[in-house]
Design a protein around this ligand. Structure first.
Ligand code: GLU
Length: 304
């Protein structure tokens, strides 16, 4: 398979598509991103990496960070994590409050905002300095010490994050948030603000395609069974109320973020990431989704 030719072909095709969607504006700092950028990267199992377009431009990974937070938490205390968040798709928008009332403060899954806020609370409990530990974890996974939080994005989200504040207070009233809401939110917005390129993302997620082993370091991040479960959660819950659509059209576990990035995992074969800031109505990048659909189809990659 000539992946470089495939990525080049997909890049020129999607860039020629009619322009649709808009950047996320509810986090003011994200509204400044140039909307028509597009990048795609693929890391094959042998470590060879291919990229096209803006694949080395750093963007705000936003909710893609939820998988990294979850991986770090599971590596420290797997049972604790799954005693406090569920594994069912929500079928609701990423920041919805409605189900939480019926389910008494237990988030449906760790990839919606409520679930990720609980995972942040767990990490605050397990680590003395979770922001620094998360940064080291991600830098080691991606093999690049220059990866950092984008503090302007973090502060912008903190100032505009009434919904996440509401979610945290609501869960705290049910006893599923132990730390102060300010501490949880501060950690959460920093995690979401991580600035990484498509190239960084495919390196950082290599363990998801390599049965738990980070490559090329061969450090075990998670057990084989833990990684299977994380991939299952990404497949069923990685795109909020568009998760079924992504599974149907792309057929790979993945996770999107409102920064316009998407990571997709083909276990045993490759990790891919695409980025383009214009989002559809459900908060997922239009061009990144389309590019990954074409990639999966033409490379015959699917978990089914
Ligand atoms: N930080 C964003 C929020 O909480 C993440 C949402 C997303 O990327 O889907 O609203």
């Amino acid at each position: 398979m000539n992946y470089q030719a495939l990525l080049d072909e997909i890049t020129s095709e999607v860039l020629a598509l009619p322009v649709r969607g808009d950047v996320a504006r509810y986090i003011p700092e994200l509204a400044h991103v140039r909307p028509d950028q597009f990048g795609i990267a693929l890391r094959r199992q042998d470590g060879t990496t291919f990229g096209a377009g803006d694949w080395e431009v750093r963007f705000s990974i936003q909710s893609i960070a939820k998988v990294l937070l979850l991986s770090l938490a599971c590596s420290l205390d797997n049972d604790l994590v799954w005693s406090r968040v569920g594994v069912e798709p929500s079928g609701d928008p990423f920041n919805s409050l409605v189900q939480l009332e019926f389910e008494e403060g237990m988030p449906r899954n760790p990839l919606i905002n409520a679930g990720a806020l609980v995972v942040c609370d767990i990490l605050l409990q397990l680590l003395p300095d979770p922001k620094t530990e998360l940064l080291s974890f991600v830098r080691a996974l991606a093999g690049d010490k220059s990866i950092d939080f984008d503090r302007a994005v973090a502060m912008s989200e903190l100032q505009s994050g009434s919904r996440n504040r509401a979610l945290s207070h609501f869960m705290k009233s049910f006893g599923n948030i132990e730390h102060s809401v300010d501490e949880v939110l501060d950690f959460y917005v920093h995690a979401c603000s991580l600035a990484m390129s498509c190239n960084h993302v495919v390196q950082a997620f290599s363990f998801m395609a390599e049965h738990g082993l980070n490559m090329p370091s061969e450090v075990r991040v998670l057990s084989v069974s833990q990684v299977r479960r994380l991939n299952a959660v990404m497949l069923t819950c990685g795109f909020y109320d568009e998760s079924g659509d992504f599974a149907f059209h792309v057929g790979l576990p993945g996770k999107s973020g409102v920064g316009g990035g998407i990571v997709a995992v083909c276990p045993g074969r490759f990790t891919a990431a695409a980025w383009s800031p214009r989002l559809g109505t459900k908060g997922n990048s239009i061009l990144a989704t389309e590019a990954l659909r074409r990639l999966a189809q033409r490379s015959n990659a699917s978990v089914f």
